[in-house]
Design a protein around this ligand. Structure first.
Ligand SMILES: [Zn+2]
Length: 328
């Protein structure tokens, strides 16, 4: 397998190498990991490998017509399914099943990428289970999720599990230097450290050029509302989160927990982890304005919310709970 485009994750790559050398690619994988940890990158590489016409041990070769179309997102035999609203419904899975019985257009396989797979409701999962058990041999399924535990055990048992891990700062730096050769080293270094292993976050920030990522900016703004005791401003910020994707809200909660942790470190005179200038300044203000007890209380509340985030909860609910808990 050629998984060099995926940063870090050496043990996962080793696992895939060994499995595919023995028995080729499986017909169903659960790809799990926190938001922006590389789930879509890995799914893209596996999908390309499944439609690649090159030698299996080199797949995805990234140069055959199948790979090129796959990487450009225009391969007719790679189909992506995402929640309509909050859920993936049984109607969506039935439509997918009908499609799966139509033979592939160009490749030997047909690949279905199911995003936010934890949002399949129970009947959707049962319909999917039938497809996994009885579907055509050419069909392959890649389930992406940040909470594999929300999938039925019967679904899980029919899939190989691929769990992504956060990358180290060195791995992030190597990847970012290759992807953004035009950017100065210190800027890449700062992004590699600040992303805390979630490489997608660093890419999002660097691709935005001078603009900061909405997640970092919003986390800093929320923390400032807390430090200043501005309940109305916090409420307004939280309301605007209802339009966000659930994964982005989860990432925001992670970032806010990191920032509060930094404020605690600053309270004890230790150096904070965050290097992002806006976030660092917000952590410094919080350290001055809030007691350690208050900071710990906020962290506990956010961690409870972060756990709930792994389930199929809408951004609107999360935003409401966030605001209610922080000023209770
Ligand atoms: Zn290829």
């Amino acid at each position: 397998m050629n998984l060099s485009a995926l940063a870090g994750n050496a043990s996962l790559k080793g696992q895939l190498e060994r499995q595919t050398a023995r028995r080729g690619l499986s017909h169903a994988y659960i790809i799990s990991g926190p938001p922006l940890s590389g789930k879509r990158t890995l799914a893209g590489l596996l999908a390309a490998a499944l439609v690649c016409s090159g030698a299996p041990e080199q797949a995805p070769c990234l140069s055959c017509p199948g790979c090129r179309k796959a990487m450009a997102g225009i391969h007719p035999d790679i189909i992506t399914l995402a929640p309509e609203g909050r859920e993936i419904t049984v109607a969506q899975v039935r439509a997918l099943r009908a499609d799966a019985y139509i033979r592939p257009n160009e490749a030997g396989r047909k690949v279905y990428i199911i995003q936010q797979a934890q949002s399949m409701n129970q009947s959707a999962q049962n319909a999917m289970l039938k497809l996994l058990e009885e579907g055509p041999a050419y069909a392959a399924f890649l389930f992406l999720t940040d909470n594999a535990a929300a999938l039925l055990p019967t679904v899980r048992s029919r899939c190989e599990s691929l769990a992504l891990s956060p990358v180290t700062a060195e791995e992030a730096m190597t990847y970012l230097a290759g992807r953004f050769p035009q950017l100065p080293g210190p800027q890449l270094q700062a992004a590699a450290l600040a992303c805390q292993g979630r490489l997608g976050l660093a890419v999002e920030q660097l691709e935005g050029g001078q603009e900061d990522s909405p997640v970092a900016d919003t986390a800093a703004a929320l923390l400032d509302c807390l430090s200043a005791g501005e309940e109305a401003a916090l409420l307004e910020r939280c309301v605007s989160l209802e339009k966000w994707e659930r994964e982005q809200v989860c990432l925001l909660l992670d970032t806010l927990i990191d920032l509060l942790g930094d404020a605690l470190l600053l309270c004890t005179g230790a150096a904070p982890h965050q290097t992002h200038p806006v976030c660092r300044a917000a952590a410094e203000r919080a350290a001055k304005a809030c007691s350690r007890h208050t900071l710990l209380g906020h962290i506990a509340h956010l961690e409870r919310l972060r756990d709930a985030c792994g389930y199929n909860i809408g951004a609107g609910h999360l935003a409401g709970w966030l605001c209610a808990g922080l000023f209770s």
